[in-house]
Ligand binder design. Structure first.
Ligand SMILES: Nc1nc2c(c(=O)[nH]1)N[C@H]1C(S)=C(S)[C@@H](COP(=O)(O)OP(=O)(O)OC[C@H]3O[C@@H](n4cnc5c(=O)[nH]c(N)nc54)[C@H](O)[C@@H]3O)O[C@H]1N2
Ligand SMILES: Nc1nc2c(c(=O)[nH]1)N[C@H]1C(S)=C(S)[C@@H](COP(=O)(O)OP(=O)(O)OC[C@H]3O[C@@H](n4cnc5c(=O)[nH]c(N)nc54)[C@H](O)[C@@H]3O)O[C@H]1N2
Ligand code: SF4
Ligand SMILES: [Mo]
Length: 688
């Protein structure tokens, strides 16, 4: 692969290494193996292997679009940028600075996320900024900060996973969502370790497990409390670890003891012998890990749920030592870095808090502005989208497609339509871009350079391999040009490395400290793990070995109690709906629905249900069926499988229109993380 550029996949948080070779034809590069990169050692899933298809001019945007007389028509960059600058300026003048909003994405590079946050605070002076990562890992992030004082997806490298004695995967389906990750689970089994999977469906991941627990959606908190109860009752807590390295045990112990296993069995639907078997495997292992993904996190009690699983780890001494601990499998390409550098409503770069005076002073000095000029914290993603057309009147959106992916999508679509002005920067004409007043066509992964932080906290470098088609500009050029038109031209570099150098300084001394990381080092070292405070620092693959990131260095137990999902089945809506992903489509599908090979594998939406439920309702495999909730109605083919609980149905969320799962999802928000309840709502099924 001598002529191949070493780079990374445009999609998920594994950030698999890949090579790109020049090619002739409409698709300008070919994806080739990059076996030297440690995370995936050359392996790619179908999305990564076919990613180059979206680079073809026919698949993507190549000219700005502006709305004229109700329709989008091609326009020049000057006109498009001029319209945006004018509308944002006029909205702020008429309705105040907070009437201008910004919505970002966890797929954006660190450089983009950093400059987008800076653009909102310095150029627009608005507090109204948040991003789609709020819908993704925010509950795990909030729980990690409560327990450990720091949030990094995995506090250990992936290489540690096969060396744990037992791994519990809670609501995670990496066999479909991160296929090359499965290697680590196979190696775990080869080493004699055990795998437990907790999922209402017997997924491809669950097929790999020694033990599969299939709880009702929305009951993971009770399950974790039940396991902790059993561990305590069997006298298998690690009292020395609890005494030396934690605080708050008595309250947590009492909360767990109040959750009787028989009660937990009734709430979760997991038979008591299986609960006992899980507690037994977990405690028998010399070290154990709990890894959560969106299943337990995307709940209106996601933060408490993750803390319940962390409590189980802490009570058994499985934290702050090698081959043990709690981790979250982050989701989007830059799910980790995207939540560290300031596109979050309450945040400044380096994972600093926007309401911390010292943080404001540090970052304001890097930006050359008065700390008093920085706005305060704003609303969370759902609350921001919900306020469109009322409080927020003009929106700049970069890297998300909420018409498809936001909870209660019908309502959010109507909020987007109610805006005075919507500008969307995207690589394709997404369903959200279709609603915009101005659409800006931007460069893609293979056409630009930038850093991303993968699920391990490893900062990697995506390299430009090919020129973008004429007419396309980068997100950094967009931010620079808009800042310039709004009177702040300086301070928005268009060169990614220059942006990264500024990010290093802005993050220095913060929890996510990138000060010692450079493009040169990333290239030489296969990525660098943060925190890395100076150039001589080796980076930090394993966190918390000596102390946790709390003021006293101890991990905090958080006493939590189970509560039901915000919407429980009743007579009118008797079935639980949960949602998630399939292997061949990515997120809102904006990119992957444009790839023929992926559409062939996953052509459209469906609702998955058990034959017992189907028979009771008169539903036949493959036939179209209506799903009805308090928020909407969808029509999709039914797919019958014994791999799901008979009281639960599942819909993937990758498609717009009449099969859009988010017509049903309930925007009940977690009180701490503001995560919506994507994973549990109530529906009724009707044969057509
Ligand atoms: N193919 C593909 N891969 C992707 C993505 C994609 O869209 N497509 N997206 C990327 C992103 S951004 C993310 S966040 C990750 C997500 O990765 P995952 O979290 O692995 O994906 P999901 O399918 O959302 O949810 C995982 C599992 O949770 C289960 N589940 C549903 N409800 C519950 C519940 O109440 N409790 C428990 N314990 N489990 C439940 C579902 O049945 C599902 O199998 O994937 C990343 N990778
Ligand atoms: N029902 C249900 N809904 C869910 C979930 C679920 O499990 N169930 N999961 C939630 C989760 S975890 C997530 S992460 C969200 C994701 O949902 P979205 O936020 O909609 O994410 P994507 O579909 O990846 O949208 C990214 C958009 O940005 C564009 N894009 C990609 N890269 C760039 C770039 O560099 N610059 C610019 N300007 N644009 C770019 C893409 O073409 C696409 O249109 O969905 C959430 N919604
Ligand atoms: S697992 Fe994720 S990063 Fe790896 S090839 Fe697939 S989508 Fe890309
Ligand atoms: Mo995500």
């Amino acid at each position: 692969m001598s002529d191949a550029t070493e780079t990374h996949c445009p999609y998920c948080a594994l950030q698999c290494g890949m090579g790109l070779s020049p090619a002739d034809g409409p698709v300008p590069v070919a994806v080739v193996e990059r076996p030297g990169f440690p995370v995936n050692r050359g392996a790619l899933c179908g999305k990564g292997a076919n990613a180059a298809a979206v680079l073809a001019p026919g698949a993507r945007l190549t000219t700005p679009l502006v709305r004229v007389g109700g329709a989008l028509r091609p326009a020049g960059w000057d006109e498009a940028l001029g319209r945006i600058a004018e509308a944002l300026g006029a909205t702020a003048a008429a309705h105040g600075r907070d009437a201008v909003g910004v919505f970002g994405g966890g797929g954006l590079t660190n450089e983009k996320a950093y400059l987008l946050g800076k653009f909102a605070r310095v150029v627009l002076g608005t507090s109204a900024i948040d991003y789609n990562g709020r819908f993704c890992m925010s509950s795990a992030a909030a729980a990690g900060i409560r327990a450990f004082g720091l949030d990094r997806g995995l506090p250990f490298p992936l290489d540690d996973i096969p060396r744990a004695g037992c791994v519990v995967l809670v609501g995670a389906n990496p066999a479909e969502t991160m296929p090359p990750f499965v290697r680590y689970l196979r190696e775990l089994r080869d080493n004699g370790g055990t795998l437990i999977v907790v999922d209402p469906r017997r997924t491809r991941t669950a097929e790999l497990a020694d033990l599969h627990l299939a709880p009702r959606p929305g009951t993971d908190l009770a399950l974790a409390l039940g396991l902790l109860h059993l561990v305590i009752a069997d006298g298998r807590t690690d009292e020395a670890f609890i005494a030396e390295r934690t605080t708050g045990w008595p309250e947590t112990r009492a909360a767990a003891m109040a959750h009787w296993p028989e009660h937990v069995e009734a709430v979760t639907g997991v038979p008591l012998p299986r609960l006992r078997a899980a507690a037994g495997l977990f405690c028998a292992a010399p070290t154990a890990m709990v890894l959560t993904a969106r299943g337990p996190e995307q709940q209106a009690k996601g933060t408490d749920t993750v803390n319940a699983w962390i409590n189980l780890c802490l009570a058994t001494g499985n934290a702050g030592r090698p081959y043990a601990g709690y981790g979250c499998l982050t989701g989007q390409g830059n799910g980790q870095g995207g939540r560290e550098h300031g596109q979050k409503a309450d945040q400044l770069p380096g994972y600093r808090k926007l309401d911390d005076p010292a943080a404001r002073a540090h970052v304001a000095a890097v930006w050359g502005v008065d700390p008093g000029s920085l706005p305060g914290p704003g609303r969370s993603a759902y609350e921001l989208l919900d306020s469109l057309g009322t409080e927020v009147r003009a929106l700049l959106l970069m890297g998300s497609n909420p018409v498809v992916s936001a909870p209660g999508s019908t309502h959010i679509g109507s909020r987007l339509r109610a805006l005075d002005f919507l500008a969307v920067s995207d690589v394709v004409l997404s369903e959200t871009a279709e609603l915009a007043d101005v659409v800006l066509p931007v460069t893609q992964w293979a056409e630009e350079t930038g850093t991303l932080t993968n699920l391990e906290g490893r900062v990697v470098l995506r390299r430009r391999a090919v020129d973008a088609p004429e007419g396309v500009r980068s997100d950094l050029e967009v931010l620079h040009a808009l800042a310039d038109r709004l009177g702040h031209g300086a301070g928005f570099p268009t060169d990614p490395e220059q942006a990264f150098e500024e990010l290093r300084r802005a993050s220095a001394g913060g929890p996510a400290d990138y000060a010692g990381i450079s493009y040169r080092r990333i290239a030489a070292e296969d990525g660098v793990f943060w925190p890395c405070p100076d150039e001589d620092h080796p980076g930090t693959p394993r966190l918390f070995l000596d102390r946790f990131a709390t003021p006293d260095g101890r991990a905090r137990f958080v006493p939590v109690q189970h509560r039901p999902p915000a919407e429980e089945p009743d007579e009118q809506y008797p079935v639980r709906l949960t949602t998630g992903r399939v292997l061949a489509q990515y997120q809102s599908g904006a990119q992957t629905r444009r790839v023929a090979a992926l559409n062939a594998a996953a052509p459209g939406p469906y609702v998955e249900l058990h034959p017992v439920l189907a028979e009771r309702l008169g539903i036949v495999d493959g036939e179209r069926v209506a799903v009805v909730s308090r928020r909407g109605r969808t029509v999709t083919p039914a797919r019958l499988t014994t791999a799901i609980r008979p009281d639960t149905v599942f819909m993937p969320f990758h498609w717009p229109g009449e099969g859009n799962a988010n017509r049903h999802t309930n925007p009940a928000l977690d009180p701490v993380s503001r995560m919506p309840e994507f994973k549990a709502c109530a529906v009724r099924l009707e044969p057509l």
